[in-house]
Write a protein that binds this ligand. Structure first.
Ligand code: PLP
Length: 496
């Protein structure tokens, strides 16, 4: 038989990822290098064999009694939980199940305004009303910082009816709030403490990292194992502590939000990641933190480099920083361009960029030489760019002073996210939209805090800010009209 032509996706993906690429992005296994290094690549060699279904002996994720039950128990021991659930539809499914099993429709939850879209979507699915809390913002770095425990307490006192508090810990950039204190406050008022820990699956590997949500005593945390530990993309875990979470409801919601044919490849990779975590994790993390320290010490000497480092813990809302995230600003080059040059000229792929800098997500699979390559690239880029174009003045003119995404108050909520989602919408000229109810969620990036969420009242400062973003050409997510002339509003006569 003739050889079948490969598909577009397979060809393209191999082309993009092959060669001597350095990965400072997810997934945490870094092109499978971790498996090869530890000589545990049987998972990859046997991919088609272990891609199986519920047969005699293979157990069932939704009612485990055999190998999956044992693997989840091993994970619970490794990650210090009372019970751990494997997730095969990413942390997204875990966030849905956690929130929807903990909070009944019509009830309220305090959430960080900088939460991931999966949290807002869970509120739409579960008909839950958010009470937002603003994180502190670092305007110079263009990132969000932590959530202050005092603000959480004040909001609980103001909204006694809320059922739970949910924060992101750590953030994409590695910022950790004082979760222990926030948890004590939530529990003092008999509220559940839930955590979106998508970026923190690795935290338990070193005392030099922020303490884990389980150590802080939270009731539930969802962690994207695939992002920062060596498991395959889309494999995550949900850890539970104590008895505040109704486990039967949680099991039901996990069945609702996850496939009835869960991937055995993903489950096997979670089991493997657990073993690596237990057996080699501390040692590999010590090496990683050493390599990061050396790298930072080296590039600190490059004129024009600014790093997000321990100093950030001096800010009120920041308890600790996860050193495995590296955020670098280089004077003279915008974040997006910096990211592009690293990729094209140095074969180094970062996780993402914002206007001001680039973010790298490292893991225990990164090698010393990855950091040397990055340091050399940064030194060269700075030499080229500082000569070529940018005096301090020009650089400043490239960077916007975008501190006006900060409202002092959250826009008034007229319709809860679910109601707003199902209502009819229509576009209206942005200039005429003040006083109407917004029909889309608009998120300037950075810092990723929604300017307005569907169902909230459009104010004059909302319109001014959108116009400013248009002038500055800052990235904006969520607006249907990409020209930013029209805004979707809720089409109703009931507007108050
Ligand atoms: C803070 C946060 N929470 C949840 C998620 C969803 O995780 P997953 O991609 O594992 O579904 C993400 C994804 O990037 C995230 O950044």
């Amino acid at each position: 038989m003739n050889k079948l032509k490969e598909t577009l996706l397979i060809e393209k993906l191999i082309e993009i990822s092959s060669g001597e690429k350095v990965s400072f992005h997810t997934p945490g296994h870094k092109f499978g290098k971790m498996f090869a290094k530890l000589k545990c690549d049987r998972i990859l060699e046997n991919l088609t064999i272990i891609d199986t279904t519920e047969l005699t002996g293979t157990d069932n994720l939704h009612q485990p009694t055999g190998i999956i039950k044992k693997a989840q128990e091993n994970a619970a021991e490794a990650f210090n939980s009372d019970e751990t659930f494997f997730l095969v539809n990413g942390s997204t499914a875990g966030v849905y199940a956690m929130i929807m099993s903990a909070i009944e429709p019509g009830n309220k939850i305090i959430i960080g305004r900088d939460c991931h879209q999966s949290v807002i979507n869970a509120l739409i699915l579960g008909d839950i009303q958010p009470i937002y809390i603003y994180p502190e913002v670092d305007v110079q770095n263009g990132i969000t910082l932590g959530i202050s425990p005092e603000k959480v307490e004040a909001l609980i006192v103001e909204h006694k009816e809320i059922k739970a508090v949910l924060i992101t810990y750590p953030t994409y950039y590695g910022i950790a709030s004082d979760l222990k204190k926030i948890t004590e406050i939530a529990h003092k008022y008999d509220k559940l403490m839930l955590v979106d820990g998508a970026h923190g699956a690795h935290l338990g590997l070193s005392e030099k990292l922020p303490i884990t949500p389980m150590e802080c005593g939270v009731d539930a945390v969802v962690e994207s194992t695939h992002k920062t530990l060596p498991s395959l993309t889309q494999s995550s875990m949900l850890h539970i502590k104590g008895n505040r979470i109704d486990r039967e409801k949680l099991r039901f919601m996990l069945r609702v939000h996850q496939s009835s044919s869960p991937s055995y490849i993903l489950m096997a990779s979670l089991d493997l990641a657990t073993n690596i975590y237990k057996e080699k994790g501390n040692y590999l993390m010590d090496n990683l933190l050493y390599n990061i320290r050396e790298f930072k010490n080296r590039i600190k000497n490059v004129e024009g480099v600014t790093l997000l480092d321990e100093k950030i813990t001096e800010r009120n809302s920041v308890e600790a920083i996860d050193q495995t995230k590296i955020y670098i600003k280089l004077r003279g080059i915008l974040g997006s361009r910096f990211e592009q040059v690293l990729r094209k000229d140095y074969a180094i792929q970062m996780e993402m960029s914002n206007e001001k800098g680039v973010l790298g997500i490292t893991s225990i699979a990164n090698e010393k030489e990855d950091f040397s390559k990055l340091a050399i690239a940064i030194e060269k880029i700075y030499q080229n760019y500082s000569k070529e174009q940018n005096s301090e003045g020009t650089w400043k003119s490239l960077i916007t002073n975008n501190n006006c995404y900060l409202y002092s108050t959250v826009p008034k909520c007229i319709y809860a996210p679910r109601k707003a989602y199902y209502m009819k919408k229509k576009p209206i000229s942005l200039k005429k939209s003040v006083g109407l109810v917004c029909g889309e969620s608009i998120i300037p990036y950075p810092p990723g805090i929604p300017l307005i969420v569907a169902g909230e009242l459009i104010r004059e400062d909302t319109v001014n800010r959108i116009q400013q973003i248009k002038r500055e050409k800052t990235k904006l997510l969520g607006m249907k009209d990409t020209n930013m002339e029209y805004i979707e509003i809720i089409h109703t006569n009931e507007v108050k």
